[in-house]
Design a protein around this ligand. Structure first.
Ligand code: ZN
Length: 687
């Protein structure tokens, strides 16, 4: 493990300052082999003078919920050390009370709640303290001879604490064991099955000790274990960033899951969502490490012994589901009943059972799958699983993977502080459920780089969906670039490119629920008599054949979707055509007819198909100020009058169309299919 301390950068900060604490905390936080997603914590102790002129020793410790990788000065909470040390002397304290008492020791009421491990930082008599859940160290302790191995590797350098769940009991344990110990003989402390502390009188030394100590564990693993990957030779990991997708991961190639695998993935996702009671994303990891793990003959047995550290439990649950390709539904139901049985075995009647859906799965032959209600949640699970898979194999090579017992797992998973979050609170009663409508849902929008398509992509995303947008414009990958969005450059008239883009969508997020068929073109006005053959056939290809082909590619996945919905972006020109626009209106009318038939064909699979007819939408690239001016002039109107040529005398914004599309894709239209909805400010010819 590399020491990333940069003397030049560090020299900007005062030796003994909170800014220096921020600097070295971030160094630790940015190394995923040390801490993952909010794990670990750091502290520093300063002498400060209070309002009354009294000198106090203050412990600045990481605030609860803050991430070391991105922490700022205000992420640290100042606490009176004297009060904390008094607290440590109390023999019995519930963790709820400990948290309350810690808050009362704060010298700044606006600071975040302190880490639940704050008292450990108080007990250790050093100025600078770093705590991580370093993979290598915890992996070694998660073996039958964990403690002996740690002693072999570190000699007398580390103070060793047996496993006790984080919280007041752990603080008391460390306090008790440290009574007759000279802390100065140690460079750090290892908490078996949990993590490691380093400490010193300077930030640099404490950080350096952490890196040196963890490096020793890594070296030991490097020497004594190699992870074997039993993969076919043609398997190459593929990054599915928008740019590499088109060239590298063509369905059918070994590097890309084949169509049937993707369909199965969508089925897995649907079943997991059903068990959880809400839509989940399913992130497939089919890289060589994940597949190598999933292919191990004893994977079912070793994968289900427990997590690296109890810190991961709230994200991953104690064990993954092991998917049986022969009987997927059954294997997921078995997971749920197994989880329920574990709860029943362990509960003392005081706890509330959490949902029974797995947070990750091992898919023999394919890899691992991480589940979550949104891209952040599933991404975190995916990262933890990547580390877990490695840790398990390393541990197996040095004596066997042996995390803490089921009792300990339950104790940590159903910790009173976690359970408290589930209880309804008086002050939030009556507040409406703020889960976004499309959370966990996966949407695909064609023609998403501008205008109505872009508005739809953004609105679906804002309402919680992950969104894939297709567009001819190569800039689409930058336009839709936030996590949970993917822009794919794609010519919708190229059937192969379209089916690849659909496959990429499922590969990336696990399925498909909402399809917005928006891509279209508005050809130059020509009467039937003067119609140019090119104009006609091109419009038909883009406005009629392309949506047919995209829908066709999506149907197998929509069938596995969660309350799946298709929306056709037709036009007011369908119910109220005008002269000179046959090349546009005829394929749009064809789309409408196709949608009606699709509604009939797909209803039995629960797929809703509806049609939207927008008009008077002028905030698109098509309608430049000049074009508006020209059109208004043709009718002898001002631009404002022209825009309000409808019953309500108001133009329609792209965002308003997008909101209508969301309504049609969501629960408002749950019982509506085959409908045609105008959004045009009211058109007399349509009414
Ligand atoms: Zn910890």
């Amino acid at each position: 493990m590399k020491n990333l301390w940069d003397p030049k950068e560090a020299s900007q900060f005062e030796e003994n300052s909170l800014q220096m604490r921020v600097y070295s905390s971030r160094l630790l936080g940015n190394n995923s082999d040390l801490v993952l997603h909010g794990g670990g914590n750091t502290s520093v102790k300063f002498q400060e003078t209070n309002l009354f002129g009294e000198e106090e020793e203050i412990l600045y410790v990481k605030g609860s919920g803050y991430n070391l990788a991105t922490i700022e000065k205000n992420g640290f909470t100042p606490l009176r050390l004297k009060t904390l040390l008094k607290l440590v002397e109390v023999e019995n304290l519930s963790d709820t009370e400990m948290v309350r008492q810690q808050k009362m020791a704060m010298t700044n009421p606006d600071a975040p709640s302190p880490s639940v491990e704050a008292l450990l930082h108080a007990v250790i008599p050093f100025k600078w303290i770093d705590h991580t859940h370093a993979d290598a160290v915890v992996t070694i302790t998660n073996t039958p001879r964990g403690k002996e191995l740690i002693q072999e590797i570190y000699g007398e350098r580390l103070f060793i604490i047996p496993y006790v769940m984080p919280g007041f009991k752990l603080v008391r344990k460390v306090h008790e064991l440290a009574r007759n110990v000279d802390w100065n003989q140690y460079e750090g402390m290892v908490l078996l099955n949990h993590g490691i502390f380093s400490f010193a009188e300077s930030a640099l030394e404490s950080y350096t000790r952490m890196i040196d100590l963890v490096s020793l564990a890594e070296k030991y693993l490097g020497k004594n274990s190699t992870i074997s990957c039993t993969l076919p030779e043609d398997s190459v990991p593929v990054e599915t960033g928008a740019k590499t997708v088109a060239q590298d991961s063509v369905p059918g190639k070994a590097s890309f899951p084949e169509h049937s695998t993707l369909q199965t993935l969508a089925r897995i996702r649907r079943k997991v969502s059903e068990i959880r009671g809400s839509a989940m994303l399913a992130l497939l990891n089919y890289g060589p490490e994940a597949r190598g793990f999933a292919n191990l003959p004893n994977v079912k047995e070793i994968a289900t012994r427990g997590p690296i550290t109890s810190d991961h439990l709230i994200r991953t649950k104690p064990v993954p589901a092991v998917l049986d390709p022969e009987n997927l539904e059954k294997s997921l139901e078995n997971f749920a009943s197994g989880y329920k049985a574990y709860f029943e075995r362990q509960t003392n009647g005081q706890q509330t059972c959490l949902d029974c859906a797995p947070r990750w799965g091992v898919w023999p032959g394919k890899g691992t799958v991480a589940f979550g209600r949104n891209i952040t949640e599933s991404g975190i699970v995916s990262d933890i699983v990547e580390h877990t898979v490695k840790a398990i194999q390393h541990a197996e090579a040095i004596g066997g993977w042996k995390p803490v017992t089921e009792e300990h797992l339950f104790e940590a998973e159903y910790w009173e502080l976690q359970q408290a979050k589930l209880k309804p609170r008086n002050d939030v009663r009556g507040v409406k459920n703020d889960t976004p409508e499309f959370e966990g849902k996966i949407a695909l929008v064609s023609g998403a780089a501008s205008g109505i398509g872009l508005a739809c992509a953004r609105e679906l995303f804002e309402q919680g969906a992950v969104v894939v947008g297709l567009d001819l414009n190569p800039d689409i990958s930058n336009i839709l670039s936030e996590p949970g969005m993917l822009g794919i450059e794609c010519d919708v008239t190229d059937q192969k490119a379209v089916s690849e883009a659909v496959a990429v969508t499922v590969r990336k997020f696990g399925g498909l629920d909402v399809l917005v068929l928006n891509a279209g073109t508005f050809p130059a006005g020509q009467t039937i008599e003067e119609m140019d053959e090119q104009t006609w056939s091109k419009s038909l290809a883009i406005n009629l054949t392309a949506p047919q082909q995209l829908l066709q590619s999506c149907v197998p996945f929509l069938k596995e979707g969660i309350d799946p919905a298709v929306i056709f972006m037709a036009s007011r020109n369908v119910p109220a055509p005008g002269p000179g626009a046959s090349a546009y209106s005829v394929p749009k009318a064809g789309q409408t007819q196709m949608a009606r038939i699709a509604a009939l064909e797909l209803g039995e699979f629960g797929i809703r198909v509806n049609i939207i007819h927008p008009d008077c939408v002028y905030d698109t690239g098509l309608w430049t100020p000049e074009a508006l001016e020209r059109s208004a002039k043709r009718y002898g109107l001002t631009v404002e009058e022209y825009k309000g040529r409808n019953v309500l005398k108001k133009d329609v914004k792209t965002k308003e169309v997008a909101r209508m599309v969301c309504a049609m894709a969501g629960s408002v239209f749950a019982k509506t299919t085959g409908a045609q909805i105008p959004i045009d400010g009211g058109n007399e010819r349509v009414i």
